[in-house]
Design a protein around this ligand. Structure first.
Ligand code: BG6
Length: 493
């Protein structure tokens, strides 16, 4: 680890993400001795805070959200890393405060990570102003050839763009100041242990890859179901809806991990080259292969217009036009206010070509299925057919891996712990490259546009809160005699 000072400047430190995720993740990494020895964390915000206000805010956030045991002696050291700088994001002249603040802390050269945890309308302002004040240049300062040059990196939260055009324009603005190698676009699903495990499962074993294709797999299902409703986030959510909020990023990222070709290495270049190829091979989604719905009562929620046509649920059938996946349906669904919180990928295999046994279940329920349980009750399940004792009949049984049993892991590290660490270590494998972001928008934009303007678009459905969504989503699969499968649950926990 370098001895050079590393400074992390969190724009939007007074916000919810910083309180719930960023400060606790930094602290947990600090306690695990994973952060650089020389570290400063600068909270950047609009409010008239002092260093002490930030320290008190951080202490409260850690007591509420830090997973690891809060520990006074680590906290004493950690708090000495914290300071606050006031910046009014659109106003260039206020960035001089930050520049002076950093210069005073650094007293020479340092590595710097700028973390943008602000409302997306400010992304361009911050980037442009960092550029104007020459705060993104990496080769300033240390010219001693014995050292690695100091780096400047920027982490940008989702949503990255509102559609393809705005994502392209944001990429352009970012690239005017930062090279792509300095940019870390976050999708926190990639930091989840079990999402990363998709890669380990596929490429650290030999048994899955030979059957991971259209010859053996019948269909793939990705479900990201939430029990929470729109809550207090209507202002943001009603402008986004489920396609922008979940599908464009989290679901398509899971899909690309499942469908990608084996990369030659586990690094940002090789991995992302393969992921982007999957997104680029996606066939344009037919509107007839989509379902959109709102939970009952959404239009009456605080801050939601009474005539809102924002979907809180979507289901789609998508195809990847390449040798491995041609004509195999990938079903994606996500929604708020559903029955259970669960994120899972279910891979359904084909039936035996010749059935010689009586089966206890009919149709899809009797297929082999591999379920990757992203959350909660992280793990994997493999459904196989087995002989029922004392009967001549085959029945589905479950071979299960639960992370908490296998790794004695009561609680897995938060996704942000991994991602912050990777950004500091310059490992971009779990971050989204500019071409991936744009390819994902190319998939969802026509659906959103079609829902708005195409008279042939399927009508908005409604669904009961606490249900599994509208019937139309079942009918979407029914056409090919498929059914949504759900297997991973931490029932009773
Ligand atoms: C965020 C969305 O990206 O992901 C939220 O904006 C959603 O609407 C959240 O609730 C879900 O994340 P997780 O980690 O709780 O599954």
């Amino acid at each position: 680890m370098s001895d050079r000072l590393t400074v992390i400047a969190i724009f939007g430190v007074t916000g919810d993400l910083a309180r719930r995720k960023l400060i606790p993740s930094l602290f947990n990494n600090y306690m695990k001795r994973r952060l650089p020895r020389e570290l400063k964390i600068v909270g950047v915000g609009r409010r008239d805070w002092t260093d002490d206000t930030l320290i008190e805010h951080a202490r409260q956030s850690l007591q509420e959200f830090a997973a690891a045991q809060f520990n006074e002696s680590d906290w004493r050291h950690f708090r000495s890393c914290l300071s606050y700088s006031k910046v009014n994001l659109p106003h260039t002249e206020t960035y001089q405060n930050l520049k002076d603040h950093l210069a005073a802390l650094e007293n020479g050269t340092s590595n710097r990570l700028y973390y943008l945890s602000v409302a997306p309308e400010f992304y361009e302002d911050v980037v442009m102003n960092l550029g104007r004040l020459d705060m993104a240049r990496e080769n300033s300062g240390d010219t001693d050839s014995r050292h690695d040059p100091p780096w400047r990196r920027i982490v940008i939260e989702k949503p990255f763009g509102y559609d393809l055009a705005t994502a392209q324009s944001l990429n352009k603005a970012v690239h005017a100041v930062f090279a792509e190698s300095q940019v870390y676009r976050i999708d926190h699903y990639l930091g989840k242990e079990t999402a990363q495990n998709i890669l380990f499962m596929r490429f650290a074993n030999t048994i899955f890859e030979p059957i991971w294709n259209r010859s053996h797999i019948s269909n793939v299902q990705v479900t990201v179901a939430e029990t929470v409703d729109v809550g207090t986030r209507a202002g943001y959510y009603d402008k986004s809806g489920v396609m922008r909020d979940m599908v464009q990023n989290h679901l398509l990222q899971l899909l690309s991990l499942i469908a990608m070709e084996p990369p030659s290495a586990f690094d940002g270049h090789a991995l992302r080259n393969e992921k982007v190829k999957v997104l680029q091979a996606a066939r344009a989604v037919r509107l007839g292969d989509t379902v959109r719905a709102q939970y009952e009562g959404y239009r009456g929620a605080n801050g939601v217009p009474p005539d809102s046509d924002t979907p809180t649920y979507a289901a789609l059938r998508l195809f990847i036009d390449n040798w491995r996946w041609k004509d195999i349906p990938f079903y994606l669904r996500s929604g708020k206010a559903l029955q259970s919180k669960t994120t899972q990928v279910n891979i359904q295999f084909k039936r035996p070509p010749n059935s010689i046994f009586e089966l206890a279940e009919s149709g899809d329920a009797s297929r082999n299925m591999l379920s990757i349980c992203i959350q909660p009750d992280e793990g994997m399940h493999m459904t196989i057919q087995a002989k029922v004792p004392d009967e001549q009949i085959a029945k589905s049984v479950d071979m299960e891996l639960h992370y908490d049993d296998a790794f004695m892991a009561d609680e897995l590290p938060d996704a942000y712990e991994r991602l912050i660490l990777d950004a500091i270590n310059g490992d971009a494998a779990l971050f989204i490259r500019s071409d991936e972001i744009e390819s994902a928008w190319r998939i969802v934009d026509p659906v959103i546009e079609g829902w708005k303007n195409d008279p042939a678009a399927p009508p908005m459905q409604t669904y009961r809160k606490g249900s599994w969504g509208p019937d139309a989503a079942d009918e979407l699969l029914d056409r090919e005699e498929h059914i949504w499968r759900i297997s991973c649950f931490d029932e009773g926990k």
